[in-house]
Each structure stands twice: as structure tokens, then as C-alpha cells.
Design a protein around this ligand. Structure first.
Ligand code: MUC
Ligand code: MG
Length: 369
């Protein structure tokens, strides 16, 4: 029996403003789910999104309401702890709500893995790696600041791949900004851009050509979410990798994107996929279609970040690395022992379940009352 299902909104300021075409973040609202079972297990999940409703279809407040009104009463009617059956019942009774579903599934799998005494990755089929490469996102909005930030990251051996958030300025200005950073950091540092769907197809053709010529390695989500035709034409036209992010919303959309050759790389996100199991399904579709994989983030805190890392550790191809840097963008630590970043990678814990311990006092201090 599930004794309690709590949704906590935890507000943490970012280390600097994080400017994207869809929103500028100064604070992140972590959406944490805590499930306690009658026999004493505690599982955690996360349903964090970006910029209220600016990015995804669920907001922190809608996740909390829907978990309290619909998920929690449903879970409390269930006997036993069969995770597969529980997930099926949730799918049968609740439409959409991928972020909330992902958080609940993560907490259930965390509990299941703890019961078995195994890391969560092993419940998902088994890890192929004990750490994942992690890039850093430059999004201060200022070219000089971004260059200084990147140089510091390389020096610290924290990151040597950078993704730049563009799309809010005219194309020429954005390209100038990106190429100045590329030039300053040199040929050994990989530079990618995320347009967050801001370009028309014509602007995309203009921008991508200049970025490809300037040595940029990858273009993420150049056009609108549903403009799959434009994504397909751009993927065919250019040699540079074109990555689907917001257009990729789970296994079904992975199948459609793969079938239409609308991306050469998939940014897999556990919440956008609707769960860890579904994220692994997306990876399988990509593998079958010969599409490269990248482990994405919704700028989650440590719970969603490490849950994602467990899932990504099972992917047979992770050619484009990951962006699991969310906790490093926050000014407060909510774990008793912080996640281990170093040597350009994030280590995946080997303890049971998620393998992390939350600092409940810290969370109680930071949570929205
Ligand atoms: C996105 O679109 O990729 C991931 C990293 C970041 O800075 O923003 C997110 C969302
Ligand atoms: Mg993106």
C-alpha cells in the first residue's frame, strides 16, 4: 500500500540568469515527488519544467494539483507493489501529464530498486557505463561573460563541450555571438546551439549555413515543435547534425520523427518521454533507425538528473553525450552528499535505487509553503 504521495515545490535561485528563447530563468522551481509505502520505503521522483508554462505543457502548479487530485487517490486504491501493473493502471486512467507520470514512475522504480538492493539502472535493463559526459550551457546573454565562463569550466575540467542558447536576437547577431565564442575557445572545444524552435525555415537555412561554415557541431530544435517537414528538409540539406528536442515527446513521436528522417540526433528527456521506461523506448527506436542519442535535461535538480543518468547509462549509443548539469546551475544543495562531477563527467551512484540521500531539512526550508 502507498501511504503518502507528496508533491513539493522547491524554489532555488540560479547562479546567474539563464537566458533562452523561451524564458529567462533566475530561479528554478523543482517539483519533487516523495512516495512513502506502508512497509517503510521512500521513493523520490521529479517533474521540474522550465519557465512555468513557457517550455512544456505542464507547470509546477498543474503537476502538484493533478498529483494531489488524480494520481494520489488512484495509487492509494492499489494493493501490492507491482510497478508494471501500477503504471498500466495509471496509463488507463490518466491522459497526458508526461512530467507527472515520469515523476511517479521514477519514485516507484526507486522503491522497487531499493527493495531489490540494486541501482535503478539495473531495473531498467542494466548499465553500460558508470559515468556520462556532461556539457555546459552558456546562456548569460553576453558574449564576453560566456567566453570567460567557458574558459573557467575547461580549466576546472568540468566541461569541454558547450551548448549556446540562441534564437531571441536577429539571426546575424546570434551567429556573430556563437562564432566569437567558437573562435575564442578554439578547435578542440565542441560548440553546439539550441534555437529552442525560434527560427522560421528561411531563417534556419540562413543561420545553419553560417554556423556549419564556422565549425559549429550541432543545431538543436531550429524550428517549431510541429514543423516536422522543415526539420526533415533541414536534416537532408545540411551535413551538420540536426537534433530534435521539443518535437520529441515520447516513443510515438520518436517513431514518427525516425520514419520521416526529421532529425539526425534525438535529445532524450525522461519527463518529455513520459518516464524512464519510455525514454529507454525512445532510445531503442533511435538505435533501430540509426539516429544518434543525446541525454537531455529539463534543468532538473539532483533527483531528475540522477534518474536521467540511470536511464542514459543503459543506452547502447550515447554519441552526443549529455547535458545533465542542472544541479550545477543552482545555488543550493538539497542532497546530503552532492552528485559527483569531475573530469568532464557525472558519476552514476552504485547504491540501491537512485543512490542519493535527500536533505529533508534543507528541502523544508526552501519549499513553497
Ligand atoms: C532545452 O531546450 O534544451 C536544457 C538545457 C538548458 O539550458 O535548457 C534546457 C532546455
Ligand atoms: Mg533544447
Amino acid at each position: 500500500m502507498y501511504k503518502s504521495i507528496e508533491t513539493l515545490l522547491v524554489e532555488i535561485p540560479t547562479i546567474r540568469p539563464h537566458k533562452m528563447a523561451v524564458a529567462t530563468m533566475q530561479t528554478q522551481t523543482l517539483v519533487l515527488i516523495k512516495i512513502t509505502t506502508a512497509d517503510g520505503f521512500i521513493g523520490w521522483g521529479e517533474a521540474t519544467t522550465i519557465g512555468g508554462l513557457g517550455y512544456g505543457e505542464e507547470s509546477p502548479e498543474s503537476v502538484k494539483t493533478n498529483i494531489e487530485q488524480y494520481f494520489s487517490p488512484l495509487l492509494k486504491t492499489l494493493d501490492g507493489f507491482n510497478v508494471a501493473q501500477t503504471l498500466k493502471i495509471i496509463q488507463q486512467n490518466i491522459n497526458g501529464n508526461r512530467f507527472a507520470k515520469c515523476a511517479i514512475q521514477t519514485a516507484l522504480l526507486d522503491i522497487q530498486a531499493q527493495r531489490l538492493g540494486l541501482p535503478l539502472s539495473e531495473v531498467l535493463g542494466g548499465r553500460l557505463r558508470d559515468s556520462v559526459p556532461v556539457l555546459w550551457v552558456l546562456a548569460s546573454g553576453n558574449t564576453e561573460k560566456d567566453i570567460a565562463e567557458a574558459q573557467k569550466m575547461v580549466e576546472l575540467k568540468r566541461h569541454n563541450i558547450f551548448k549556446l542558447k540562441i534564437g531571441s536576437r536577429p539571426v546575424e547577431q546570434d551567429v556573430e555571438h556563437v562564432l566569437a565564442i567558437k573562435k575564442a575557445l578554439g578547435k578542440d572545444v565542441s560548440i553546439r546551439v539550441d534555437v529552442n524552435r525560434a527560427w522560421s525555415e528561411l531563417n534556419a537555412i540562413k543561420g545553419i549555413q553560417m554556423l556549419q561554415d564556422g565549425g559549429v557541431d550541432l543545431i538543436e530544435q531550429p524550428c517549431a515543435i510541429h514543423n516536422i517537414d522543415a526539420m526533415q528538409r533541414l536534416t537532408r540539406k545540411f551535413d551538420i547534425a540536426i537534433m530534435a528536442d521539443e518535437s520529441l515527446t515520447g516513443p510515438q513521436s520518436a517513431y514518427c520523427l525516425a520514419k520521416t528522417n526529421a532529425a539526425s540526433v534525438f535529445a532524450v528527456k525522461i519527463a518529455q518521454s513520459g518516464g524512464l521506461i519510455e525514454a529507454c523506448d525512445v532510445a531503442k527506436v533511435a538505435n533501430l533507425a540509426g539516429i544518434d542519442l543525446y541525454g537531455g535535461t529539463m534543468l532538473e535538480g539532483p533527483v531528475g538528473t540522477i534518474a536521467s543518468a540511470h536511464a542514459f547509462s543503459t543506452f547502447s549509443n550515447l554519441a552526443a553525450g549529455t547535458e545533465l548539469f542542472g544541479p550545477l546551475l543552482l545555488t543550493e544543495e538539497i542532497l546530503k552528499t552532492p552528485l559527483q562531477y569531475g573530469n568532464f563527467e557525472l558519476k552514476i551512484p552504485t547504491g540501491p535505487g537512485l543512490g542519493i540521500e535527500l536533505d529533508q531539512d534543507k528541502i523544508d526550508n526552501l519549499r513553497r509553503q
